[in-house]
Design a protein around this ligand. Structure first.
Ligand code: IPE
Ligand code: IPE
Ligand code: MG
Length: 253
């Protein structure tokens, strides 16, 4: 693990890493266990990755924990996940606070059970003056929900005369997204061997590097994060330009 860590170029770290934490259910089934057992073990991975990302100096870590579509899962699983959420926030809050982590939530939290929402709001309030890594939990989140909401709110402000439609730019739209306070992720990781985005940060991932691994989320540990970052650092991000231009720009800096 140390050798992987030594290979990472600390001067070329992504500022923002986003992760689709997938594969809990299959991990549990492969062990002959209930799906909730997989979610329970997934919390261990969250703890390890939050710590690892903080140690690397990553500024923003977004974790996709529950999608809008996940509400359609069997009631038993949804209820279990909500209980796990409340228990985990309660248990982890002191450590997060001690580690100077700031907690944010993106998503339709009105959908969450009231006690879960209250717990979250309280913990976020308690950490709002922390200055370390921002941990952004995507809860009851989906990108299409977010974009529709943004359009709705822009329309309301246009109607109220607060915005002139002719002046709408990418910055305007950005300001209406749930992620308005964060830079776009440079790296998106999905575990468990699925090659899709599943309604996650569709707009924000426009130029993100995508990294897919077969490792199931409950098995994902710091060394897997290091591998993803090394892979990211081996890529040339061209943003539509050609390689020679990118190299010249790097030299000029
Ligand atoms: C990810 O694991 C966690 C959530 C979506 C809440 P899954 O529950 O999707 O696990 P698989 O993909 O069915 O294995
Ligand atoms: C995406 O995983 C959502 C989260 C990890 C929270 P899913 O397991 O819900 O996605 P699909 O159904 O495989 O696309
Ligand atoms: Mg899944």
């Amino acid at each position: 693990m140390q050798d992987l860590l030594d290979k990472i170029d600390k001067s070329r770290m992504p500022r923002h890493v986003a992760i689709i934490m997938d594969g809990n259910g299959r991990w549990a089934k492969e062990k002959g266990q209930d799906r909730l057992y997989g979610h329970f073990h997934g919390v261990e991975s969250v703890r390890d990755i939050v710590e690892g990302a903080g140690e690397l100096g990553i500024e923003y870590l977004t974790l996709y924990a529950f999608s809008t579509e996940n509400w359609d899962r069997p009631v038993y699983e949804v209820t279990g996940l909500m209980e796990l959420l409340v228990d985990t926030i309660k248990k982890e809050a002191p450590d997060l606070k001690k580690n100077n982590i700031r907690l944010h939530v993106i998503g339709d939290i009105k959908m969450l059970p009231e006690h879960a929402r209250n717990e979250l709001v309280e913990v976020m309030e308690d950490m709002k003056n922390n200055t370390g890594m921002s941990l952004i939990m995507a809860l009851s989140y989906s990108s299409r929900w977010e974009l529709v909401n943004a359009v709705k709110n822009i329309a309301i402000d246009v109607k109220a005369g607060k915005i002139d439609p002719a002046s709408i730019t990418q910055d305007t739209l950005q300001a209406y997204l749930t992620t308005s306070a964060f830079p776009d992720p440079e790296l998106m990781i999905r575990t468990s061997g699925e090659y899709r985005i599943s309604n996650f940060l569709l707009y924000q991932l426009a130029y993100a590097e995508l990294y897919f691994t077969n490792v199931r989320w409950p098995d994902f540990r710091k060394e897997n994060l290091y591998e993803a970052i090394l892979d990211y650092q081996s890529r040339e991000r061209r943003f539509g330009k050609i390689s020679e231009q990118v190299k010249a720009e790097e030299l000029a800096h």
